[in-house]
Design a protein around this ligand. Structure first.
Ligand code: UDP
Length: 347
């Protein structure tokens, strides 16, 4: 059985069945998306009139690029796993992160998280939001490198390389179930240990001792962003595993606590809609408000960069387009995602 088919077999618990639609949030999303579409269309026209090759049409695929002040490494899943394995066999400690649209929204209001991301060995482009925002900038993302797709592949590669993995995070019992599921799937896989992610400061030393004594080569920390990245950065120097990676909520999927979106939704970049349907109470701000906010921030960043290259007439039009994305208070969703009041991250 392939690694992916294992993930597909997982079933949700009854508590995670689908919920009614979220009609009361929809008008907010529609309004913002309409403003956004208008802004994009206007900017495309500005570029055309300026004779610019244009960032909406070019097809660059650089190895890394900046988005909202965060460096993203534009590499394939295979290359990403190769980086991790190399680092696990290396001499110095390193850490890796995945960033999706929500992560970049958080980074806009959290300089500490932004700085931590800058210190990662590599930052992987996770999800359709990053792909879309990159495309608006003329950059093609080589592959959607998200933790949930990577995890079984990494387990497989680690098993083949003789590297062991420690699972830290999620609610009590979840990491243990993930370990059992993945060990059943990959016979040579060595899960060095597991621990839940709801410990307080007084327990931190014993958790770190447990990790270090396990002899794990790779530590996966599934406590959500930015908590997991902050925790790894704060403790990186006293963690023995050569590699530490923040992996978000993926233990919930591989334990069977939460059912992942059907493949068709994943392929069309709509996995977030599925997740929203499963946990609307927790995730509506992240997706319904956060996604449009993220795109507006990205467009604004691009406009600010493009302004210096435009002549006076297109510059005025670009300003006008930019204003389409503003609300009456002068800031699109300034409080929408609860992640700071600055609409654009000026890198
Ligand atoms: N979590 C944790 N410790 C905490 C808070 C959260 O281990 O103090 C876990 C939580 O149980 C869940 C994951 O972190 O499994 C966060 O999931 P989320 O979907 O928010 O992460 P994402 O993938 O979106 O970053």
């Amino acid at each position: 059985m392939s690694a992916n088919s294992r993930a597909l077999r997982l079933r949700p618990s009854p508590a995670n069945g689908s919920r009614p639609t979220y009609a009361f949030e929809k008008p907010v999303a529609d309004r913002r998306v309409n403003s956004l579409s208008a802004a994009v269309a206007k900017l495309a026209a500005v570029q055309k009139s300026a004779g610019s090759k244009g960032w909406l049409s070019s097809k660059l695929s650089p190895k890394s690029f900046q988005l909202l002040g965060v460096r993203i490494d534009n590499i394939s899943m295979t290359a990403a796993i190769g980086c991790i394995l190399d680092a696990a066999h290396g001499m110095s400690p390193s850490s890796f992160a995945f960033v999706n649209a929500d992560c970049l929204n958080i980074a806009c209001g959290d300089p500490r998280y932004t700085n931590i991301l800058a210190d990662q060995q590599a930052v992987f482009a996770d999800g359709s939001g990053i792909a879309l925002a990159s495309r608006l900038r003329g950059i093609t993302i080589r592959e959607n490198v998200n933790g949930t797709d990577m995890f079984p592949l990494l387990c497989q590669a680690a098993a083949a390389s003789g590297l062991s993995i420690f699972l830290l995070g999620a609610e009590p019992g979840i990491a243990g179930r993930v370990a059992a599921n993945m060990s059943a799937e990959f016979q040579d896989l060595s899960i060095a240990g597991t621990h839940h992610g709801f410990f307080d400061n007084s327990e931190e030393d014993s958790v770190i001792t447990m990790i270090n004594q396990s002899g794990a080569d790779i530590l996966l920390v599934a406590m959500g962003a930015p908590r997991q990245e902050v925790w790894i950065a704060a403790n990186r120097n006293r963690l023995a595993p050569k590699v530490a990676i923040g992996v978000g909520g993926l233990f919930d999927f591989f334990s069977g606590r939460v059912w992942r979106a059907p493949v068709a939704m994943r392929r069309t970049g709509l996995e977030w809609v599925w997740r929203l349907g499963q946990e609307p109470g927790r995730l509506w701000r992240r997706y319904v408000l956060g996604n449009p906010l993220f795109l507006v921030r990205c467009i604004r960043e691009q406009v600010v960069e493009s302004l210096s290259q435009l002549s006076d007439a297109p510059r005025a039009a670009a300003h006008e387009a930019l204003l389409l994305g503003r609300d009456k208070n002068g800031g699109v969703g300034a409080s929408a995602a609860g992640t700071g009041s600055v609409v654009g991250c000026q890198s």
